[in-house]
Design a protein around this ligand. Sequence first.
Ligand code: HEM
Ligand code: NAG
Length: 352
Amino acid sequence: MVSFKHIYATFTLLVLLSSTFCFGFPEFNFRWGHGRDGVSRPIGGGRSTGLFPGFYSDSCPQANDIVMSVLERAISKDSRMAASLLRLHFHDCFVQGCDASVLLDDHPTFVSEKKAVPNKNSLRGFEVIDEIKSKLEQACPKTVSCADILALSARGSTVLSGGPNWELPLGRRDSKKASLNGANKFIPPPNSTIQSLLTFFQRQGLNEVDLVSLSGAHTIGVARCTTFKQRLYNQNGNNQPDSTLERSYYHDLKAVCPKTGGDSNISPLDYTSPVTFDNTYFKLIMSGKGLLTSDQVLLSGNVGKTMQLVKAFADDHTLFFNHFARSMVKMGKISPLTGYKGEVRKNCHRIN
Ligand code: HEM
Ligand SMILES: *[C@@H]1O[C@H](CO)[C@@H](O)[C@H](O)[C@H]1NC(C)=O
């Protein structure tokens, strides 16, 4: 364990160092392979996790096709669903790693993560995951884990929204427990400062580039008033709005979120194109129209690198897409269960 921690600390240091040196703004030095299919594949630099893209090539070659066909139908019925499914994978990975702990219901030995503050009345898409799981159980019984279904759904949702595609390492297994405490502790709140966001991400082995690129997921989906109301009425305990909030946008938001009540009213995270995965999220931040504090502080937090990254991604959507794909692969590798650890759940709601 000590040596593992040491290796891990060294790795984290290397990541920080290499990202420091690679960040030759506006050029990013890591190399990309671009296949004829246009799928981004980072060359080298992968952390060894035991996950690999061909994990189901023999046991369930149709897995991704099944996922995509369910997603297509679900998203055409409810255009917000892509965003909700992308978020599920994030909330899974930040708690005990990407192990589908987020999908477990209450059990005699643990409480569901669905009851945690960041998740309650907020996470959605569970029925879509259930539909995918039941189709996969018919086609390839006891084979495709719920954790991999979340990862495949996050990628598929991104692609179907117009975002990047990437080669996705697979082979995650499902946890036999959930952590309500972990969900309350490890998922960053929307009123976080830039320093606190960096700390939340560092805990997961993710750096400032990952923070900014992954925040770009907010190019789709919506947020409830309760998650950004503080900015409108009392940002710093002085009964004043957040001074970084652009004036006309501030007035629009007040119309959606009155001072009292309306806490579950919703507003798009990227109001110019709420169901299209593009880089307008970063353009909006550049003009003071980030919805959450955690969005706007990527610029206003005045941390050199995150500021530069917001600008770079606002200027160059390909750069954003490449980084998003790379950071999604990295997030998807947070502490997976592999080999004989965990299990492949038959029903994503409960342990076998
Ligand atoms: C950087 C820290 C982050 C914070 C503080 C944050 C916070 C939030 C909050 C408060 C909401 C609205 C929830 C609600 O109103 O119920 C939200 C929505 C969303 N988040 Fe994040 N988030 C972060 C990072 C991420 C990441 C890394 C991803 C995925 C890679 C992501 C994907 C999404 C999506 C797609 C939605 C819209 C969901 C929907 O419409 O159902 N977020 N986020
Ligand atoms: C964020 O919101 C929580 C809950 O409303 C509050 O307790 C906390 O003080 C806020 N943090 C900041 C930095 O404003």
